[in-house]
Design a protein around this ligand. Sequence first.
Ligand SMILES: [Fe+2]
Length: 335
Amino acid sequence: MFKKLTLSALLLAGSLFANSEVNVYSHRHYDTDKELFKMFEDKTGIKVNVVKADASALIKRMQSEGQNSPADVLITVDAGGLFQAKNQGLLQSIDSEYLIANIPEKLRDKDNQWFALTKRARVVLHTLDSTVPNELKTYEDLADPKFKGKIMIRSSNNIYNQSLLAAVIAHHGEEYALQWAKGVVANMAKEPKGNDRYQVTAIANGIGEIAIANTYYVGQMVDNKDVAQAEAVKKVKILFPKFEKGGTHINVSGTGVAKYSPNKDNAIKFIEFLASPDAQKLFAQANFEYPVLQNIEASDVVKSWGTFEDDTISMNVLGENNKLAVKIFDQANWK
Ligand SMILES: [Fe+2]
């Protein structure tokens, strides 16, 4: 009897243990996420184990782990990475009425294998007294020779730029996209190096006049402990360019359930939590991202930048055009 009890107690403990965690492979690199994961742990008692790396490294790892992968959830900082994971058979459809009802179609995979959690716009920054706002209205304008020597933008191996070029391809086709990329390269103030915040700091210090960056980085620079960043951001302003026949380029941070997820129920609970009003508020307030839930407001800092219309293309297209974008960057000699 005693033995039996112990065994069933052990089995119970074992099954509780197996059900009490979720393993998250995440490319997100923002401090707020720790707080979010803690909120989920407190609410559900499910422990969140995080492996942080670039999406490409996480995808490789999931591939090599195969059916034995402990990964339950993959989180990336761009639609391109999610598309790649899906294409390689590393994700599965998520059966969640909540996610389908609340996340707009443009912001999720057509087979429900991934969902966006936050939006960010990829925008232009200029100094306060700059004439750039009179001269630049569209992404197409960035390739205009009148901006020769003025553009600060990071390298082409970065997924944010790959998705921007993927959007250019979607609007205008391959040949135009190549000419556009060549035009931007010809307009660069410097070799494309450093992250988005570096480009913003550079124009504040007189290197180039136009910086390209994701919106949340601008928010992160406000009151930053790094004095150079905090000072630089006071000297610049955001301009939301549009595509000639569309809106402002957005990309997304998003997530999917791993194909071989050992804790699938927890994985779905976790993702639904990240798309819940409480989590969306935190994404918006603490990391200056745009929530995907319609009724959650952006933070005051973000609202102070003004409003824009999202571009019309689906996030699926950013993934579909990614390979071509990488090829075109090569042809255009965008380092
Ligand atoms: Fe980022």
